[in-house]
Design a protein around this ligand. Structure first.
Ligand code: ATP
Length: 307
């Protein structure tokens, strides 16, 4: 079972640039959450804060009950073992084949024999559909395969929490669909707590239990997907529908004059429909052949009732 992450009143600045302030949320144990937000709103900074790579100025991050903002580097090292992180480009070593890349954390952080390492590496490679590609170098494979290799490497230490930094970036829509299915299947299989930073609205609508949105240096909203997908909050509606009309502008926030011109241009009828409809999207379920734990069984039954 994954662990719960409880963030309270978190504020992070660089010099006098406040990235976000007073962020509070709970990532429930074993659930999948997505963090959205326009570019530069500090989603990556948030992920780095969760693993203790960046120190927020205020607030707390309790992971399995421990406030990691108070820990010294040595104790943070222990907490980091709970995490698997899938970096944007997979962050693989270019000169190592996939097998050695995936084995790397086991060789670095455990005293396991090579035979035990082999069993784990092949098991994780099988989970992400990479059996047969052990000898390939990262430069010889597609972006989608690199992501899956990065994911296999994030899994080898059996993490309780997995952070995905834009897993879909640079992938075509079909590869994104496969990757989303893989993420859902993995959640059903390993039952860790997942947090995904993404710009892909289709993924954000289908994959998670919970969605959060960062904007204007704040967490605008965080909650169950139903709450966000059916929200009338203009920022949330605009973002989840990928519209130009609304408070989010080209360089983040629109000023009052632009908003007023827009209202004239589109007709100032106050209809929130102009920033897109609030509607539910069917949830992606674990694929055939994946054993559904009770949590996913309940989600599937709910979804089948809705369809
Ligand atoms: N180590 C750092 N020192 C100073 N400023 C930083 C540092 N890391 C990030 N920033 C700044 O924090 C802001 C948020 O960056 P971040 O990469 O978290 O945004 P993001 O929401 O992940 O963006 P994107 O969606 O484009 O990846 C940016 O203005 C960035 O320049």
């Amino acid at each position: 079972m994954g662990v719960e992450i409880c963030v309270e009143g978190l504020t992070k600045s660089f010099g006098d640039q406040v990235i976000w302030q007073n962020v509070s949320l709970e990532l429930p144990a074993g659930e999948v959450s997505v963090m959205l937000g326009p570019s530069g709103t500090g989603k990556s900074v948030f992920l780095k804060s969760l693993v203790g790579l960046l120190k927020p100025e205020r607030g707390s991050i309790r992971i399995a009950g421990t406030d990691i903002t108070k820990l010294r580097e040595h104790d943070l090292y222990e907490v980091r073992k709970l995490f698997g992180v899938l970096f944007q480009d997979g962050a693989l070593f270019g000169s190592m084949n996939l097998y050695d890349n995936i084995a790397f954390p086991l060789r670095e952080h455990t005293r396991k024999q090579e035979s035990a390492i082999r069993k784990i590496v092949l098991e994780k490679m099988d989970m992400v559909g990479l059996i047969g590609a052990e000898d390939k170098l990262p430069g010889e494979i597609s972006g989608g395969m690199r992501k899956r290799a990065g994911l296999a490497r994030a899994l080898v230490l059996d993490p309780e929490i997995i952070l995905f930094d834009e897993p879909d970036s640079g992938l075509d829509p079909v590869r994104v669909a496969y990757l989303n299915q893989l993420i859902v299947d993995l959640n059903a299989q390993i039952d860790a707590t997942f947090l995904i930073v993404t710009h892909d609205i289709a993924s954000a609508r289908q994959v998670p239990d919970n969605i959060g949105l960062l904007f204007r240096r704040e967490l605008v909203m965080f909650g169950p997907r139903e709450k966000l997908l059916t929200s009338n909050e203009p920022v949330v509606r605009q973002f989840l529908n990928g519209r130009m009309r609304g408070p989010i502008g080209m360089a983040e926030e629109k000023d009052a004059a632009t908003m007023a011109r827009e209202a004239v241009h589109f007709g100032n009828d106050g209809a929130v429909d102009s920033v897109g409809v609030a509607e539910m999207t069917p949830r992606l379920l674990p694929g055939p052949g994946i054993n559904r734990p009770p949590r996913w069984q309940a989600i599937a039954e709910y979804e089948e009732g809705e369809r």
